[in-house]
Design a protein around this ligand. Structure first.
Ligand code: UD1
Length: 417
């Protein structure tokens, strides 16, 4: 099992190219299920979750061609199976995203229920509620969601919670439904917008894109298109924190600064000098970071996927920062590991109080989920001595060549078996 060995060695300096966004790519690859034509995707990140999606689609009979250098062609002219099996869904919850498009185009879909995960219980009731409102018959049997509808019909759906995956599933389903669907209290995350833009390029009729009220006029058929996946705002944010805590200077290329304003604001509050153009961000940190307070909330507020990384910044900052997690109930798994590296974090319910310390010390630590792993890598960059981050298969789900990217800007980091 692979591990990362990191030795804290001072400021990072240089340029990094940001990869395509994992969380945009996962739903966008599933749009292939909505058309018999070939879809061509560029800027696809080469990650473990992307190969899981590829396996999932291939298992259903979809043809996937990839050059493994960020391009993929997918043709779902026919399917052999309308089932997403447990073996794949258990490794990636986003597999639930095949439910909406498969049901909408083929009239039937069976997807294993994802179940809980390290960061919380993560139900899919809103996905199901929406599909039922659109006329689907849904039963849960033997751990699977089985949905049927000769043709989905438009409906007025008010989501009880803001859910990214739920909004995406229903958006894809509504694109081929009979009539108009209105999704109220929809998620506004940039990845939802990227999916909506891809659907529009396929011939879907969607208005309200980027707002929490999406109106979809269903069409009979969608066509193929070429689509470039947006840059990954969470990967970009992680590198910016790396620059801030090492008191370095990084320029990110192929970035999407407008999708990450809440994170950039917090980095400025921590004392960083941040500049940005349309597709680049520069962060220069000339001092020890100042501790910051933040609360995770749906977009455009501060993203839960950056909570662990900014917590690492607070660990080595001047002062005390208060972090509140409101999206997932169990997303402080990195705290005991950071404390093992010398951090001073106290957790009370969904709030963590982080007292900045002068130094972290390297230790062997265990990755528990994707973003928790990223926070431990960041801590390793500023810790004295050697840090070994174990179980980095979590990290490989969402960070492409992280050791190469960080190594190229001066980090001492290597992958070991
Ligand atoms: C997506 C992201 C994940 C991110 C999260 C929140 C992908 C592949 N993953 O996950 O990285 O952390 O958004 O920004 O895009 N909920 C319900 N019922 C539902 C659905 C969700 O109660 O039917 C709850 C969840 O338990 C959670 C909250 O809503 O507390 C937000 O979850 P959701 O936005 O759906 O997250 P994902 O789409 O799974």
């Amino acid at each position: 099992m692979d591990k990362l060995r990191i030795c804290g060695n001072g400021p990072l300096n240089g340029e990094i190219r940001v990869s395509g966004a994992k969380n945009a790519a996962l739903p966008i690859l599933c749009t292939s299920l909505l058309t018999a034509d070939t879809m061509r995707f560029t800027n696809v990140p080469m990650l473990r979750d992307i190969s899981t999606t590829q396996k999932l689609l291939q298992g259903m009979g979809v043809r996937v061609m990839t050059d493994n250098v960020h391009e993929m062609e997918i043709t779902a002219d026919h399917l052999d199976s309308l089932v997403a099996p447990y073996d794949l869904v258990k490794t990636m919850r986003a597999s639930i995203l095949v439910l909406g498009p498969t049901l909408a185009r083929f009239g039937e879909a069976t997807v294993s229920l994802p179940g809980g995960c390290a960061i919380g219980s993560r139900p899919v009731d809103q996905h199901i509620k929406g599909l039922v409102a659109m006329g689907a018959e849904v039963v849960i049997e033997h751990g699977y969601v089985k949905a049927k509808a000769a043709r989905l019909r438009g409906a007025h759906i008010v989501m009880d919670v803001v859910t990214v995956g739920g909004t995406e599933n229903l958006l894809m389903a509504a694109a081929l439904a009979d009539g108009t669907t209105i999704l109220e209290n929809a998620a506004r995350e940039p990845e939802v917008t990227d999916l909506a833009n891809c659907l529009v390029a396929m011939g879907a009729r969607i208005s309200g894109i980027g707002t929490n009220r999406l109106v979809v006029e269903g069409v009979d058929k969608l066509h193929g298109c070429e689509y470039a996946i947006m840059p990954d705002r969470i990967e970009a944010g992680t590198f910016l924190v790396a620059a801030a805590i090492t008191q370095g200077h990084l320029i990110l290329r192929n970035a999407a600064p407008r999708s990450m304003e809440s994170v950039l604001d917090k980095l400025v509050e921590a004392g960083a000098i941040v500049e940005a153009g349309d597709d680049w961000i520069s962060l220069d940190m000339k001092r020890r970071p100042k501790a910051i307070n933040f609360r995770t909330l749906p977009y455009p507020a501060f993203p839960t996927d950056m909570q662990a990384q900014l917590m690492t910044l607070n660990c080595v900052a001047e002062g005390t920062g208060v972090v509140t997690e409101t999206i997932f109930e169990n997303r402080f798994m990195h705290v005991p590991e950071l404390n093992r590296m010398g951090a001073r974090i106290e957790v009370e319910g969904n709030t963590a109080v982080v007292h900045g310390v002068d130094k972290l010390s390297g230790a062997t630590v265990m990755a528990t989920d994707l973003r928790a792993s990223a926070s431990l890598v960041l801590a390793g960059l500023v810790a004295q001595g050697e840090t070994i981050v174990d179980r980095i298969y979590h990290l490989d789900r969402g960070y492409e060549y992280i050791e190469k990217k960080l190594g190229a800007v001066g980090a001492q980091i290597e992958r070991i078996s």
